[in-house]
Design a protein around this ligand. Structure first.
Ligand code: NAD
Length: 498
């Protein structure tokens, strides 16, 4: 068993209570690591350490210095990507090929936001008289709470952490109880990169109360949360209790709309990758296939043929294409939804349950037909390798079906008609729409949801604004001593032209 410690104020520490919990490897179904079981007392210490760092050396560093540290961190991540990726595999059963690839790609987030750290600029504001110099400063919002889920823990942390650090904030992160280890190992790189103690702090805990204590902490100034819509609502309420802003990246039920003029082989590939990658445990999984009635049967056939060839197996094996579900709770949840789908009359064109050869938490890639827009599996987020197929006859019906959901995270459009591609992309209610491709993500491209899929955007140059506050400064440059009791109405000095 490997043993991990939390990072608070630059020190590796156990929980105040001395308690630990075990992280289970979902492939072997054996515990492989022990992790501190932190609680509200540990959250208090971490928030205080983050505040102290803000008031210390870090708070007086320039954006140029922060940029240099962020670049160094990005370089170190590349060096340690293999180790970090393996930890994610052990914690969540995600494929080694994907976790290591993702870990290597993380450096791009730190390099991208390093490029912005020395460009956080204020403005000089024109005033109604020339008696005052008015300008703004963009200052770090303060201590940021980052709460992350078990799928892609380091990527979903980095989309918060990189802009927060670029802006000059300090951060307390609470990773998921199901995948805590990679975040703990990642935090160890901070000292080597040269960050002062307390800039990043990590608290782990098995209870959901640990995350709740962080979201509601009065010492926190801003909350960044990725997780389920239900938990997101609690986090939003907790943040609002302190009048804090919160960015919420929540669940999805994304449509894949396929028109009859599409390249069906490319569409089948994109749909298979979009829903079965990460065993469907991805917020942007394209889980609703909305296919034109004329090509529905052929497309289903192609998807089934590709899905049946997917190699499920040991996630550390580079030949595996799909691993197990990330944990017992998630396995049981997906099996429960498959049971409901059967009871509601759906037919499994492929898959439909546990992989009979591998057992454990392995669920076969599943395509369900015979569903309606009201079927439970079409309305609710399953978070597993389950695709449900609907048909349409015209563009309006396709758009109506795509938007007939409480979620609005992503969507795919497959067509070779350029006008239709842009028209439908504009009409789909979602934070991101991919055309003739799917599941792409970059530090420069804003990402987030509409409707019940979230509030706010991560990534892109404006992400840094989320972690700054604009302060306005008025300077009296008139040289005149004013009567303290005379109210001077603003007057516009310049005479109207013409
Ligand atoms: P979850 O909501 O159960 O947990 C997320 C995190 O919140 C965990 O760290 C958890 O310990 C913590 N938490 C639990 N209760 C809390 C509370 N009351 N206050 C504060 N924190 C609390 O989600 P999960 O099961 O870990 O992840 C799966 C969900 O995440 C899916 O719904 C998925 O769609 C969503 N997700 C969204 C995105 C996105 O970018 N939109 C990305 C990945 C995952």
């Amino acid at each position: 068993m490997e043993q991990f410690q939390m990072l608070i104020g630059g020190k590796r520490v156990d929980a105040v209570s001395g308690k630990t919990f075990e992280s289970e490897n979902p492939y072997t179904r054996e515990p492989w690591a022990t992790v501190p079981d932190g609680s509200a007392a540990d959250v208090d210490l971490a928030v205080q350490a983050a505040r102290d760092a803000l008031n210390g050396e870090w708070g007086s560093m320039t954006g140029f210095t922060r940029a240099r540290l962020l670049r160094k961190l990005g370089d170190l991540i590349e060096v340690h990507a293999e180790r970090l990726g393996r930890m994610e595999v052990n914690d969540s059963g995600k494929l080694y090929l994907e976790t290591v690839g993702q870990a290597k790609g993380l450096s791009a987030w730190y390099h991208y936001f390093a490029g912005l750290a020395d460009k956080v600029e204020g403005r000089q504001i024109p005033g109604p008289t020339s008696d005052f110099l008015i300008y703004t400063r963009r200052e770090p919002v303060g201590v940021v709470a980052a709460i992350t889920p078990w799928n892609s823990p380091l990527l979903l942390l980095s989309v918060k952490l990189a802009p927060a650090l670029a802006a000059g904030c300090t951060v307390v992160v609470k990773p998921s109880e199901h995948s805590p280890t990679a975040t703990l190992a990642f935090a160890e790189l901070f000292e080597e990169a040269g960050f002062p103690p307390g800039v990043l702090n990590v608290v782990t805990g098995i209870s959901r109360e640990t995350g709740a204590a962080l979201a509601a902490h009065p010492g926190v100034d801003r909350v960044g949360f990725t997780g389920s819509t239900e938990t997101g609502r609690s986090v939003a309420k907790a943040a609002a209790g302190n009048l804090n802003k919160a960015t919420l990246e929540l669940g999805g039920k994304s449509p894949q709309v396929v028109f009859p003029d599409a390249d069906l082989d490319a569409a089948a590939n994109g749909i298979v990758a979009g829903v079965f990658a990460a065993s469907g445990q991805s917020c942007i999984a394209g889980t609703r296939l909305i296919a034109h009635v004329d090509i529905h049967d052929e497309l289903v056939e192609r998807i089934v043929e590709k899905a049946r060839r997917i190699r499920q197996g040991d996630p550390h094996d580079v030949n595996s294409q799909m691993g197990p579900m990330a944990n017992k709770v998630q396995y049981e949840k997906v099996m429960h939804y498959l049971g409901i789908a059967k009871d509601e009359g759906a037919t499994a064109a492929c898959g439909g349950g546990q992989n009979p050869e591998l057992g454990g938490y392995f669920i076969e890639p599943t395509l369900l037909t015979g569903v309606t827009k009201d079927s439970t599996v079409v309305r609710e987020e399953v978070f597993g390798p389950v695709l449900a197929a609907l048909t349409f006859t015209d563009e309006d019906e396709a758009v109506a079906l795509a938007n007939d959901t409480e979620f609005g995270l992503g969507g795919g459009v497959w067509t070779n008609d350029i006008g239709r591609a842009h028209r439908v992309a504009a009409r789909i209610q979602a934070g991101t729409v991919w055309v003739n491709t799917y599941r792409l993500f970059a530090p420069s491209a804003p990402f987030g949801g509409v409707k019940q899929s979230g509030i706010g955007r991560e990534n892109g140059i404006h992400a840094i604004d989320e972690y700054t506050e604009e302060k306005t400064i008025w300077v009296n440059v008139s040289g005149v001593n004013r009567d303290p009791f005379a109210f001077v109405a603003p007057k516009v000095e310049a005479k109207a032209q013409g």
